[in-house]
Design a protein around this ligand. Structure first.
Ligand code: SF4
Length: 372
């Protein structure tokens, strides 16, 4: 890699979870909490190594994702936050996000997060309906989610996002509407809504294959997405990306926008992916996935990687750019693909940009298929 653009975005993966949810195919593990101190040591070694090998400029965003970053004991997350500030130049107005599970959002932890500069919380609520939560095997309930949200707000977290999942077996239109309304009623600044996917290898996938969980009717799935659009838009949220809504006032996730705009992002931690570009070609690499092996491998944590030739790199940036409502300046060399997408009503041209239509946001997988 020569002349790669500097990293201004840092992702830190925390792979620990209290329990492995039945639908989850993230790089997340239950029953490994004893590794946390060694894991944080390893992260620090990787970050020092990364800073020596790669160009970093002032960080605009730092994102702790998982897994469940909120599970880290307050003293460990405080140490890690301080380490990142001491090792990198973190902009005074950087967006620093931490993904939190309501069950591990307590006063001591929120205080440590705020003290360490976390200014955005992404709360994994997923839903309020006990039946849907049971299918997802989430062990948190509506009361915990509400309590965690209020606590974070009262203690001063000014920017809170919540995640919700739809198209869950047994989730009716009525319970989804109730979930949306209760979520909006909490007063979040940002809402992510994800359509449940059945990923091979998960418990939920096996249970469906065995006929123990019913299929969700496609019509209901679309109606639920429609309802999310209607309810969130009526409450003043803008759908700025396929699955993400923000209240006005700059509450779009700056970190995730770095991914959608193909900006270089350094990913630290077990299984984390990094993306680098010189403005023409791009490189992607990822770390050893299992926490114990990751710890043993540090600081040389890379498992594998790939180079994207210029055309492939542009195709990816087009696919990702068309996830966002603002789209992107139409790149050269994709006239046929974009013409076909326009005919299909999935994109339109607007002031030199190509932007997805509502249908294009809903059916983004068709855009991806056409351009990749
Ligand atoms: S808490 Fe999140 S990351 Fe952990 S197992 Fe459940 S869905 Fe996966």
């Amino acid at each position: 890699m020569t002349d790669i653009q500097p990293f201004r975005h840092l992702y830190v993966h925390v792979p620990f979870c209290r329990h492995k949810c039945g639908y989850c195919d993230f790089n997340a593990y239950a029953g490994m909490d004893r590794l946390m101190p060694d894991y944080v040591d390893a992260l620090e070694r990787e970050l020092i190594f990364a800073r020596e090998r790669h160009p970093f400029q002032q960080l605009e965003t730092v994102y702790f994702g998982g897994g469940t970053p909120s599970l880290l004991p307050p003293e460990l997350i405080a140490r890690l936050l301080a380490f990142i500030r001491a090792t990198f130049n973190v902009a005074a107005d950087a967006e620093v996000t931490l993904e939190a599970n309501p069950a591990s959002t307590d006063e001591e932890r929120v205080a440590a997060w705020l003290e360490g500069g976390v200014n955005r919380l992404s709360l994994g609520v997923q839903g309020f309906d006990p039946k849907a939560l049971a299918v997802l095997e989430r062990r948190t309930d509506a009361a915990q989610a509400t309590r965690a949200f209020s606590l974070a707000r009262e203690m001063g977290v000014a920017n809170i996002s919540i995640d919700l999942i739809y198209a869950v077996p047994y989730q009716s239109m009525a319970t989804w509407l109730d979930t949306l309304r209760r979520a909006i009623g909490m007063g979040p600044d940002h809402v992510s809504t994800y359509c449940l996917s059945f990923e091979a290898g998960t418990l939920l996938y096996r249970r469906r294959a065995e006929g123990r969980v019913p299929e969700v009717e496609t019509d209901l799935q679309w109606d639920q997405l429609d309802a999310a659009c209607a309810e969130l838009e009526a409450a003043g949220f803008r759908r700025y990306e396929v699955s993400n809504w923000a209240r006005s006032g700059g509450f779009e996730s700056r970190h995730n926008q770095a991914y959608w705009r193909c900006r270089p992002v350094y990913g630290a931690g077990a299984g984390a992916h990094s993306y680098a570009t010189d403005g023409s070609s791009a490189w992607r690499w990822w770390n050893v996935a299992r926490p114990k092996e990751y710890i043993a491998a540090t600081p040389a944590t890379r498992a594998d990687g790939e180079e994207l030739q210029p055309r492939k790199a542009v195709a990816e940036s087009l696919m990702l750019g068309l996830r966002t409502a603002d789209g992107m300046i139409a790149p050269a060399g994709f006239d046929d693909e974009l013409g076909n997408l326009q005919k299909a009503g999935l994109v339109r041209r607007l002031d030199g940009r190509v932007v997805p239509t509502r249908r294009g946001l809903d059916l983004h997988n068709q855009i991806a298929l056409a351009v990749l």
